[in-house]
Structure formats: C-alpha cells, structure tokens
Design a protein around this ligand. Structure first.
Ligand code: GDP
Ligand code: IMO
Ligand code: MG
Length: 431
C-alpha cells in the first residue's frame, strides 16, 4: 500500500498535528522522520488539548503504531516526559517505538545551542534551544551518540567520554562557561535507556515489513519547507531536511513507497524566530491575527510573527515537495477582515520577482492583490457549499494560482472542525 506524507509548507505550525491526527484514523502507522522536540504539534479533541514534540500525532488512536524514525534526533528525557504526560491523560502509549539509529540529544547539545545563540549577537537565529542543531552537527561529524549506543555500556561510556571532554573544552575556552560532569550524565542516560528499552526497534525493517504487509503508513513532517536546511531561508532555518525528500533519508525507505504528498498551509503566514518574512504585517492587524489564531509557539510559547498568505513562497514549497493535494488550515481566523491580502509577487530593490529567491533581502516586500473578506463566522461549517461566496473566492484564487486542489479546509482547532472539499477524492486517498 503506497504511503502518504504530510508536510508543512511555510515556517512551521501550519496545523500538521491536527491534520495528522485526523488522517491517522485510517492509518496503521504514523512515522516521524526528521527534527526533534523543537516541534510542537497540537491536537484538540473536545475539551482535551495535547501538544506532541517527539511522538507522532497518531498516538491518540490506540491501534496506531507510532515510530520516532531514524532521522529524528531524540532527547530521551523529553520523550519520557511526553510519554508520562500522555499516560496521565489516559492515552495508551504501548505503541510508541523509537528507532535504534536515531541520534540522541544530550545536555551539552542544549547548552551549545544556547551558547552559540548568545555568541551570534544580532545574527541570532532564535532557535528553540532544544539542542537540535548541535545534535545534527555531531551526527554529520560522526561523533554523535545513537539510541543503540545507549544499550551498550562500554560503547556509550567511550562515546560520551569523548564528547564530554571535547564539549567541556569548548565550554571553558570559548564560551567561558562551566564544564559538565561526565559521571552524572552517564548515570542519568543509562537510566533513560532502561526506561525506553522495550520501545527501541530496528525501524527500517519494521517499516519495510509494514509496507509489504500493505499497512497504511503516514509520514508526519515536522517544521516546514521554508525552515529546510537546504531550501529554506538559510541561515534562518532548522537543521534537518523538512521536505518530502527527507522522508526517504529519515526513515530508510525508497521513493517508490510514497504516493500522496499532502502539503499543509495556513490561510495566512506565521513565523517564530528570526529571519526573512516578506509578507509580515507590521501593524495592529498582526495582533488581531495573533489573538484570533492563538499564534503563540506550542514549544517555546513565543508570540508568532504574523503576515498575509504568500503564494510565491507557497508555489516554491509545493514545487520542491511535489505536493499533490493541499490542506488549508485556520481559514476561520481570517473571518475578521474587510479586505484580505494575498501576495502574488515580490518587490526587491527595484526588481519585481515572480519566484522565491535563494537569498531574500531585508527590504523585500510583497506585491498583493486584495480580496473581499466574508466577515462571518465559518467555524461551525462542515460543507463546502455552505461557505460564504467570498470565502470560496479566496480558496479558488489559491487553487488557481498553485494549480492544485485543496482537499480539506480546517475551520477550527477541534478535531471535527473541517470541511472535506472533494469528498470522493478524500475517501479514495484515506480509506
Ligand atoms: P503544527 O506544529 O503544524 O502541528 O501546528 P501547531 O500545533 O504548532 O500550531 C497550530 C495551532 O493552530 C494549534 O494551536 C492548533 O490547535 C490550531 N489550529 C489548527 N487548525 C486550526 C484551524 O483551522 N483554526 C484554528 N482557529 N486553529 C487551528
Ligand atoms: P513544528 O513542527 C515553527 C524554528 C525556530 C527557529 C528555527 C531554528 O511545530 O512546525 P531549531 O531549534 O530548530 O534549531 O530552530 O526553526 N522552528 C520552528 N518554528 N515550528 C516548528 O516546529 C519549529 N521548529 C523549529 O523557531 O526559528
Ligand atoms: Mg508547531
């Protein structure tokens, strides 16, 4: 059974958690393939709110196997806490598994993340301080500690000793900070390995076997296209391959296992952290969107920067990800406005750009068209036909510009606040 992929198309927080949860109902597996606990994926079911950081957003369904894949970087302390939180909310966590090959985020990674940011001064990225970048750096440097290393005390001892020695030199000499104690970290992480032991699997074989048994597999992206290490707004990006291209690398499967590439976009744009944002709104309208859309980071609680929908960036994201179908979320948030702007080109210096440039200059501005708002609450609507006309025009404009079909429209955070736009197609894909 060919698999489906969900990715974010903007700067993260598009509602991947909500949509993955929705589609997980029809899945046997949900697999994360990159990123770490820098993610915050929210799920809202009646009066219960979940925020997942490492655990795939299929976990609410007891029958769905959730794999934290080989390409993810895992902070075991954070993972154990997340499992305990879910258990305290009555969620069955017995189907959460962790790939042996995943790299482990250690306390020195989190400190390095923080110290490097301090050192960058006004060039800082605004990372989540979760140690994600330094963990991937060690992976690429071939000095990282993998989950399977935690299971072999001698190997773990040697690898940790090397890493602590090197990092302590950096902490003391470069950052003028205190060194870390090897012994306490060694002992602490051995305990984490014991707690997680039964969940540690060879995820590559598990995934291939599942595929050959015709199981339905949903790959859940974290972060999003414009935060991709290669194709995002570098250097203001995260450190993994967030695109659909990252699925194969991060889960050990070939491209021909994959079929539908579902891109999630908000009906507007947000960004947490620093970096270019061509359609950012710099007046009180931004606060209106932030309040209405509750645009505060699910991981760091930072206020998200808000802006109009950027179709130039969206087209670029769809192109790189090979998106077949779109999901648009948070359309309800735009119900406030008389006029809704959509960016269709950029102006940079004196040039008009129709494409997303490799380097975005500070002075880049969006060129917009104005569409009329609908000024009525849509969050209770379940049928496309019942949407106000101006709302349909907004949807149609996006579809025409991108030459893509919007499969699903989300009009509220709750699991059932959705409009399936093309029902036959939707049920064909997710049945
Ligand atoms: P993710 O990282 O892509 O999973 O997104 P986040 O969970 O970080 O942020 C999305 C936020 O929007 C969460 O608080 C969701 O509960 C909420 N949300 C998702 N879809 C909708 C929607 O259609 N309307 C509204 N108002 N909120 C939504
Ligand atoms: P989800 O999966 C939004 C941003 C950070 C920072 C940059 C680098 O919830 O969409 P990092 O800690 O990854 O080195 O930070 O990336 N960032 C996110 N922004 N949603 C996320 O995840 C993010 N994960 C990282 O704010 O700008
Ligand atoms: Mg998020």
């Amino acid at each position: 059974m060919p698999s489906n992929v969900i990715v974010g198309l903007q700067w993260g927080d598009e509602g991947k958690g909500k949509i993955t949860d929705l589609l997980a109902k029809k899945s046997d597996y949900v697999i994360r393939y990159q990123g770490g606990n820098n993610s915050g994926h929210s799920i809202h079911i009646k009066n219960r709110y979940f925020v997942l950081h490492l655990i795939p957003s299929g976990v609410i369904y007891p029958g769905v196997k959730c794999i934290i894949g080989p390409g993810v970087v895992v902070d075991p302390k954070s993972l154990i806490q997340e499992i305990q939180n879910l258990e305290s909310m009555g969620i069955n966590t017995s189907k959460i598994f962790l790939a042996k090959r995943a790299h482990v985020t250690m306390p020195y990674h989190c400190l390095l993340d923080q110290y490097q940011e301090e050192f960058l001064g006004d060039r800082l990225i605004g990372t989540t301080h979760k140690g994600i970048g330094p963990t991937y750096v060690d992976k690429i440097s071939r000095t990282g500690i993998r989950v399977l290393d935690l299971l072999d005390l001698k190997v773990f001892y040697k690898k940790l000793k090397y890493n602590i020695d090197v990092k302590n030199k950096i902490f003391i000499k470069i950052f003028k900070k205190k060194p870390l104690s090897f012994k306490s970290i060694y002992e602490e992480y051995i305990e984490y390995a014991k707690i997680l032991y039964d969940r540690i699997i060879d995820a590559v074989y598990e995934t291939h076997q599942a595929f050959h048994k015709k199981k339905k597999i949903l790959f859940e992206g974290a972060q999003a296209m414009l935060l991709d290490i290669d194709y995002g707004t570098y250097p203001y990006v995260t450190t993994s391959s967030t695109s659909t291209g990252g699925v194969c690398v991060g889960s050990g499967i070939p491209p021909n296992f994959l079929k539908n590439f579902i891109g999630i976009t908000k009906a507007y744009c947000t960004r947490v952290g620093f970096g270019p944002f061509p359609t950012e709104i710099k007046n009180e309208m931004s606060d209106v969107i932030r309040q209405k859309g509750n645009e505060y980071g699910a991981t760091t609680k930072r206020p998200r920067r808000c802006g109009w929908l950027d179709l130039v960036a969206l087209k670029y994201s769809c192109m790189i990800n090979g998106i077949n179908y779109l999901v648009i979320t948070k359309l309800d948030v735009l119900s406030e406005f008389d006029i809704i702007k959509i960016c269709i080109k950029y102006k940079s210096d004196d040039q008009v750009l129709q494409y997303f440039p490799a380097k975005i200059k500070q002075n880049i501005k969006g060129i917009y068209i104005d569409l009329h708002g609908w000024k009525q609450n849509i969050s209770h609507i379940h049928e496309y036909i019942d949407l106000p006309n101006n709302c349909k025009k907004y949807i149609k404009f996006i579809e025409d510009f991108l030459n893509l079909e919007i499969l699903l429209i989300s009009v509220g955070s709750e699991r059932n606040q959705n409009i399936v736009k093309n029902k036959s197609l939707f049920f064909k894909i997710f049945n």
